[in-house]
Write a protein of this length. Sequence first.
Length: 179
Amino acid sequence: MKILKNLSLVALCSATIFAVSCENKSTDSTETEVVEEVVVEEEPNTVVDIAVSSPDHTTLVAAVTAADLVGTLSGDGPFTVFAPTNSAFAALPEGTVESLLEEENKDQLTAVLTYHVVAGNVKAADLSDGQVVTTLNGQELTVSIKDGVVKINDATVVAADLEGTNGVVHVLDAVLLPG
C-alpha cells in the first residue's frame, strides 16, 4: 500500500511539473531577430585560372604570359582550351620552348597557343569522330574518337571538361603545332 501511495505521489508531481512547463506564457516584449545577408563573391575560375592552379601546366602558363594572352583568355569567352602538359612541352625538340619564349618569337608563340583555343564552350560530349574545329588562329583541328580515346590531331585528351567561368579546358599529352 505504501508503494502505491508513493507511486501516486510521483505521478501527481510529474503531471504538475509537466502542466507548468507547457503553460503558454505571454510576454509584453517583442523579440526581433536581425539577419544580415552577406554576399560572398566567388573568385572567377577562368580557363587561365584552371591552368595556373595546375602543377602540370606551368610551362603553358609561362607561354600564355609571354604571349600576353592572359587578359584575352581571362575575358568573357567562352573558350575551349586544349592544354598541353609540362611533359608535352618537354617532348618537343630541345630548345623549342626556350626559343618560343623569346621576345622576338612572340608572334610564333601566339600562333602556337591560339592553335590550342577554339571559340565556344565545346565539351567532350559535343565532340564527334571526324569533327573539324576552327581555332582562334584560323587553322583547323581534327577530332578522332576510337575505342573511347579522344584525340585532337595526334594529341590524346587525358582529362576532359575542366569547367571554368569562361569556358572549358581539355588536357592534352602533346603540343599541337600549326601547319
